[in-house]
Write a protein that binds this ligand. Structure first.
Ligand SMILES: O=c1ccn([C@H]2C[C@H](O)[C@@H](COP(=O)(O)O)O2)c(=O)[nH]1
Length: 217
């Protein structure tokens, strides 16, 4: 039956209209919020500390060490990255052939692996690393501490100090203190940082509208 003929009010139509208005309002709110957020500076960007430590962690993903992957990132006073490194076998030492285990006392990874800090210093793309800061996942050992001090790096920012009880780390701290190299632990603002490669394509608001047929033709 055609409702117009009976004179009855179609409650379905009025509730549909209400729903549409409500939908229009929330759409308008969304658009205005979106416009607002698209025109204002982001506030959840990475701090410098977060960025450089995250870089050190990303670099560590290149490491083949099955137990501890260490990454290091050297930053100059202009906040520019001048070197990165991770723990790995020396050039020419095939990491499929050299040992990654540590239990064999005469042939283990410790005899061969180049530490992240040393690689970062040797990989530098600047003339020197004087007065730089090194961000490193793990507190440096005594041998890396010597390299850090001798290269002129003035600050060490580390995340884990899981081997703090070892003589090597105690010696490293002793040398840093004596030579005036500042060290501080980085406390992350959040435990996880996700890299989402699909994010760059997620904003589809720029898609062109579907063309409409004009009445002029
Ligand atoms: O200052 C340091 C100390 C250690 N490393 C590297 C050396 C090894 O590849 C691992 C440590 O392995 P464990 O099995 O946890 O002992 O880390 C470094 O790069 N820098």
């Amino acid at each position: 039956m055609d409702l117009q003929d009976t004179g009855e009010t179609d409650t379905r139509i009025s509730s549909n209209n209400d729903a549409k208005k409500c939908c229009d309002n929330s759409l308008a709110n969304n658009i205005s919020n979106e416009t607002k957020t698209k025109n204002e500076k982001r506030t959840d960007y990475l701090s410098w500390d977060d960025f450089f430590m995250a870089t050190a962690f990303l670099v560590a993903k290149r490491s083949k060490d099955p137990v501890t992957q260490v990454g290091a990132c050297i930053v100059n006073q202009e906040k520019k990255i001048v070197g990165t490194g991770y723990n790995g076998m020396p050039i020419g030492c095939n990491d499929d052939e050299f040992p990654w285990g540590k239990n064999n006392p005469v042939d283990n990874k410790y005899l061969y692996v180049c530490h992240a800090e040393m690689n970062a210093v040797l990989n530098k793309n600047s003339a020197d690393v004087n007065n730089c800061t090194i961000y490193v996942a793990l507190f440096p050992c005594n041998e890396c501490a010597k390299i850090i001090i001798q290269s002129g790096i003035k600050e060490v920012v580390y995340l884990s100090d899981k081997y703090s009880y070892k003589k090597k780390m105690i010696a490293a701290k002793k040398m840093f203190n004596a030579s005036g190299v500042i060290f501080r632990q980085y406390i992350p603002s959040k435990q996880h940082l996700v890299l989402d490669f699909s994010e760059i394509n997620s904003n589809m608001t720029q898609m062109p509208c579907t063309p409409e047929k004009s009445n002029d033709n």
